[in-house]
Design a protein around this ligand. Structure first.
Ligand code: ADP
Length: 386
């Protein structure tokens, strides 16, 4: 187990692409940290710098409070599980898992034992490796598969063998780069929960990369949301969801996406309100910093399950139901309104009588709304509670 610290770490590739831009990130011992963000945001580069597979352009990387910028991948004692498993096709499951251990033996003690002509020592080493593989196979439920070759395994089983090979060595840190992306949806969810259980058992430090925010939310102790080479938020999944640091995080975390509406904020007759395309909605006094604000551009964010159908009133936004998606335990309505397209998530019972093409009215509880400064990464305006 180990602690990890990135201090102002940047990576500029040849040709000038700044893939990672001065990130500061500390990961505690035994933590499951997930780097998440859209394709090209710098997640893999960050992971590869940590593994020692990519040179660090500037800044300091520490493992257990020791600078490791110039250490080789091997010296860092980190296990890496890639998306494409990288199993040896000509080796059985048993041999694949033992591979890292065997390689160590060949290089170190076995050679010494051989030189000393000490066959007892070699046999003891072999037994230790077999015992270690047996433990790993048991941990991952791979015992019935030990004699098989990779081509005789399903995608999920191969992935488990790759994880097995990584944990056999008891490394300080595990790195996973999109390890589930080649699995079908059902297997992805199964393997996800296996990974969580495995982490609980091993208490190992894990850094995991994915572009899938749902996968990230379910796995992480801590979520690091990246965009354009920068960390946008570093917090628990719940905090990223409930109090997104900025507009980017708000739009990226959560399905269906948060509704984000560009408009203007103003105080009229002593009351704070948000207006967009001619429709004004009052906002209660949840934003102390805005109580005396001069008119300004702002974005309003509201999650689909926080929009409500209501009767007609001066403060209810008129809308037309464009489409209805029934998902069994919930129903998503796509609405067209003066504020543009909005998605409203409801219980099936509450929208049982609603049909496509219907005229409806929508309200929101201001206590569940978010306000963001203008721009793609406009900061969230703090409320009285946060
Ligand atoms: P992610 O893993 O989030 O998809 P990457 O870390 O792979 O993102 O890439 C971040 C940025 O760096 C992208 O713009 C990508 O095109 C660029 N990049 C990645 N690898 C290289 C490379 N070897 N040479 C030049 N640019 C690269």
């Amino acid at each position: 187990m180990a602690t990890i610290a990135f201090k102002q770490v940047s990576k500029v590739y040849e040709g000038g692409v700044r893939a990672v831009d001065a990130i500061d990130l500390s990961i505690g011992e035994g933590e499951f940290c997930v780097l998440v963000g859209p394709s090209g945001c710098g997640k893999s580069t960050t992971l590869r710098m940590l593994a020692g597979l990519e040179e660090i352009t500037s800044g300091t990387l520490e493992l257990d409070a020791r600078r490791v910028n110039d250490c080789t991948a091997k010296e860092r004692d980190i296990a890496f599980v890639f998306q494409n498993y990288a199993l040896y096709p000509h080796l059985t499951v048993q041999q694949n898992i033992a591979f890292g251990l065997d390689a160590r033996r060949t290089h170190k003690s076995a050679l010494a034992a051989l030189l000393r002509g000490n066959s007892d020592a070699m046999r003891a080493e072999s037994r230790a490796i077999d015992a270690r593989v047996a433990t790993v196979a048991q941990t991952l439920g791979l015992e019935p598969l030990l004699a098989r070759y990779p081509r005789e395994l399903s995608g999920g089983q191969r992935q488990r063998v790759a994880v097995g090979r990584a944990i056999a060595r008891s490394p300080k840190v595990f790195l996973f780069d999109e390890p589930l992306s080649n699995l079908d949806a059902r297997l992805r969810i199964e393997t996800r929960s296996e990974l969580r259980q495995l982490h609980r058992r091993l208490r190992a430090t894990i850094v995991y990369v994915t572009h899938d925010q749902e996968e990230a939310m379910t796995l992480a102790d801590r979520l690091v949301v990246m965009h354009q080479g920068r960390i946008q938020q570093n917090a628990t999944p719940a905090a990223c969801y409930d109090t997104p640091a900025n507009r980017f995080v708000a739009g990226f975390i959560g399905t269906p996406q948060m509704n984000l509406i560009d408009g203007d904020l103003s105080v009229q007759h002593g009351e704070l309100g948000f207006e967009s395309h001619g429709f004004r909605m009052p906002l209660a006094a949840h934003w102390p910093s805005l109580s005396n604000a001069s008119p300004q551009s702002i974005a309003l964010g509201i999650r689909p399950d926080r929009l409500l159908l209501s009767g007609a009133s001066a403060h209810a936004l008129p809308a037309t139901v464009q489409s209805i998606e029934s998902l069994g335990d919930r129903t998503d309505l796509a609405l067209q309104s003066a504020w543009g397209r909005l998605v409203l998530r409801a219980t099936p019972e509450s929208v049982a009588g609603v049909r496509e093409g219907d005229a409806v009215h929508v309200t929101l509880a201001p206590s569940h709304a978010h306000l963001f400064e203008v721009g793609e990464v406009g900061a969230r305006v703090p409320t009285a509670r946060s």
